[in-house]
Design a protein around this ligand. Structure first.
Ligand code: ZN
Length: 398
């Protein structure tokens, strides 16, 4: 393909020193909890300080981590109490989120900080169109890496639905209408760089685990996403739950709605049939006879007290609150982070959602904190980058 030949990119050359389980644990600790001193790493990982030093030295020599000289005097460098941090520019990762209407891309550094962004509208979400647009977005980001191109370790692509990360396949994405698409191979052929695909909510949960509410301190949490789909990532007793078949936390498809509506997955009464953005839009458009309404207009109507809009949001919030209570009753997380594009309009969900949660959460499980996370679409793409970062570090997950 001529387009492939035009890509000014060598194969990624960045690789970690030979990994041992101890080195993986130490680097994970530095990334998620750093800057952190060897003494702290030893406490968190259960390794001896000598073992930590043995793992850290090759990482320092290879330029991935360093002593944090900004916090301590130079004379203290190398002492067990001198903090160690990741070197942000050591690594570059591209994360891509595929939505129904847009491809959103970001470049991150080794700390998962977003350093560049690119997005393109999708005229339609056929496999070919998505692959072409992902390629355009990725090439634009790679080009702007300039001399840092050799630090690119991979491209992560997150998609909603049932995703087989190991096989690189989208088994089923109701939102995109895809069945059994070998997306990873398709994109690797186009881009000539390693690609990792992941479920979007799963990837967002990985990012929360290392760089958000998890940070190595909260042992059980869930990430509930509300927007065009309703999803839930689960982090339980120190691990992200993937499910034996790669599917877990699909709260959008719990049969908690009672309107008898058919879901995008083919079943009836799923949470998403009344609580997804599309469901809310359809309900209000039908009730008002105004097919031109967009979500911003529907939110405005709700603030003005329009009964159709208020009713649609209340019903959505009630069903989502019940779904979160169901998860909390089953697994008892300490925190439920609520993210997703609908969080930007959360004032229209808030009271009813908390009411339904309180009414349905059982006993002490109700002490789970509901925390809102201000959301941008870039957060989804960053999640895809963190999925690559975890694999790069050697934390493939179960
Ligand atoms: Zn469903």
């Amino acid at each position: 393909m001529t387009s492939r030949a035009a890509l000014p990119l060598g194969q990624p050359r960045r690789a970690l020193p030979p990994a041992s389980p101890a080195a993986t644990a130490v680097l994970t600790c530095i990334l998620s909890a750093g800057p952190i001193a060897r003494v702290g790493i030893a406490r968190r990982t259960g390794l001896s300080q000598a073992a930590v030093t043995k793992a850290v030295t090759p990482l320092i020599d290879a330029g991935f981590v360093t002593f944090d000289g900004t916090r301590r005097g130079a004379a203290a460098l190398g002492r067990p109490v001198t903090p160690i941090r990741a070197i942000p520019e050591a690594v570059r990762i591209i994360g891509i989120k595929v939505t129904e209407s847009e491809i959103i891309g970001v470049t991150t550094d080794f700390d998962a900080t977003i350093v560049d962004r690119e997005r393109r509208r999708l005229p339609k979400h056929t496999v070919g169109q998505v692959a072409r647009t992902v390629e355009i977005v990725t090439r634009a980001l790679i080009k702007r890496l300039g001399p840092m191109q050799d630090r690119l370790v991979g491209v992560g692509v997150s998609v909603s639905g049932d995703i087989d990360t190991n096989a690189g396949r989208v088994r089923h994405s109701p939102l995109l209408g895809w069945h059994d698409v070998a997306l990873r191979d398709l994109l690797e052929q186009r881009l000539s760089v390693p690609v990792r695909i992941d479920n979007d909510v799963h990837a967002l949960t990985l990012a929360e685990q290392w760089f958000g509410v998890g940070g190595g301190k909260v042992d059980s949490f869930v990430v509930v996403t509300i927007g065009s789909g309703i999803g839930c990532g689960i982090y339980l007793n120190g691990d992200v739950v993937n499910g034996s078949f790669g599917v877990a936390g699909e709260i959008g498809h719990l049969p908690l709605a009672d309107a008898g509506l058919v879901c995008t997955c083919g079943r009836t009464n799923c949470v998403e049939t009344v609580a997804s953005s599309d469901a809310i839009l359809t309900t209000v458009r039908t009730a008002t006879g105004r097919a031109d309404l967009d979500m911003a207009a529907v939110v405005r109507l709700a603030h003005e007290g329009d009964p159709a809009a208020v009713g649609a949001f209340n019903r959505a919030a009630s069903v989502i609150g019940s779904a979160i209570a169901a998860v909390v009753n089953l697994i008892g997380p300490r925190v439920a982070v609520i993210e997703g594009e609908a969080v930007n309009n959360f004032e229209v969900y808030d009271a009813e959602l908390r009411k339904a949660f309180a009414a349905n959460a059982f006993g002490a499980a109700a002490e789970c904190q509901l925390r809102l996370r201000p959301h941008t679409f870039d957060a989804w793409a960053r999640g895809a980058a963190v999925s690559v970062l975890r694999a790069f570090v050697g934390q493939e997950g179960p």
